[in-house]
Structure formats: structure tokens, C-alpha cells
Ligand binder design. Structure first.
Ligand code: DAT
Ligand code: MG
Length: 149
């Protein structure tokens, strides 16, 4: 089963959109296997965004993600990575389709509300970066047979 890491970013938490955003992933059928409210350290933020190091927006990105608490969620499901990315919408909210989180709720790339892993491999890596094995719960929902065929 694929895993993806979702981060409800500081702007979303500050705007009171945590529930609205979580609701969309839950309704999609993805299964929560880990969730926590945390203040991201600079060290963890730099690890998470290492691929963007050196880009002109990197400093601003790390400052933003560490500026205020976030909600971090590990999700599991068939096609979890691609499904979550579709639900999130394009990186630039002005290009995100209506019906997506960014297309409905955001306007600017530097305040785009939510992170989702971009590949199956990164989903595994990012979940492991944010959650210990003890923080991840392997369970089945009674609705699983109605979502996973
Ligand atoms: P995504 O979050 O859709 O996976 P990404 O991995 O390319 O996008 O970039 C990570 C974050 O960095 C993105 O959510 C917002 C910020 N970002 C990306 N490109 C940017 C740009 N050109 N200017 C400002 N911020 C940018
Ligand atoms: Mg990305």
C-alpha cells in the first residue's frame, strides 16, 4: 500500500483550515496511519526541503514552514501519492483547478496551504522522516472493503 506525507502548513493552521483540508483527504478514502501537531525545527525543514536548497525561494520557504505550528499526517491507500496530489492541486494556486485544496482556498505559491509527497519513493522517505515506527499505526477500517477493492 502506498504512503504519502501531508503537511497542513502554517498558513492553513492559522486560517483555521485544518479540518477543511483533513476532511478532503479522509473523504477521498485515504487511511490515516499517523498524525501530529508540531512546530517544525529548522533542521527538519531543511531536510524536508533539501531538494530546493540553493533556489531563490528556499530561505523564504524554510522560514515559512517553521514560522508557526503545522499538522503532519501520514496517509495510506491505493495510489495514495497521485490521489493526494490531485486533491491538493497545482503548486501555484493560480494554476490549480477549482475543486482542489489550493484551487479553492489559496492564491499565492508562497502560501499554498499544504504539502503532499510527489513520488511513491518520496512518500516512504518523508513519512519515515516525520514519524517513528511507534507513531505509525497499522489498522484496518470497517469501510476499507468499500474503498479498496
Ligand atoms: P509542491 O509543494 O507542489 O510539491 P515544490 O515541491 O515544487 O511544490 O515546491 C515546494 C514548495 O516551495 C511549494 O509548495 C511552494 C514553494 N515554491 C515552489 N516554487 C516556488 C516559486 N517559484 N516561488 C516561491 N515559492 C515556491
Ligand atoms: Mg514538492
Amino acid at each position: 500500500m502506498e504512503r504519502t506525507l501531508i503537511i497542513i502548513k502554517p498558513d492553513a493552521v492559522q486560517r483555521g483550515l485544518t479540518g477543511e483540508i483533513l476532511k478532503r483527504f479522509e473523504a477521498r478514502g485515504l487511511r490515516i496511519i499517523g498524525m501530529k501537531f508540531m512546530q517544525m525545527s529548522r533542521e527538519l525543514a531543511e531536510k524536508h526541503y533539501a531538494i530546493h536548497q540553493g533556489k531563490d525561494f528556499y530561505e523564504g520557504l524554510v522560514n515559512y514552514i517553521t514560522s508557526s505550528p503545522v499538522v503532519v499526517i501520514a496517509l495510506e491507500g491505493t495510489n495514495a501519492v497521485a490521489a493526494a496530489r490531485k486533491t491538493i492541486g497545482a503548486t501555484r494556486p493560480q494554476e490549480a483547478e477549482a475543486g482542489t485544496i489550493r484551487g479553492d482556498l489559496a492564491l499565492e505559491v508562497g502560501r499554498n496551504l499544504v504539502h503532499g509527497s510527489d513520488t511513491v519513493e518520496n512518500g516512504q522517505i518523508e513519512v519515515a522522516n516525520f514519524f517513528s515506527d511507534a507513531e505509525l499505526i497499522s489498522w484496518s477500517r470497517s469501510a476499507d472493503p468499500w474503498i479498496f477493492q
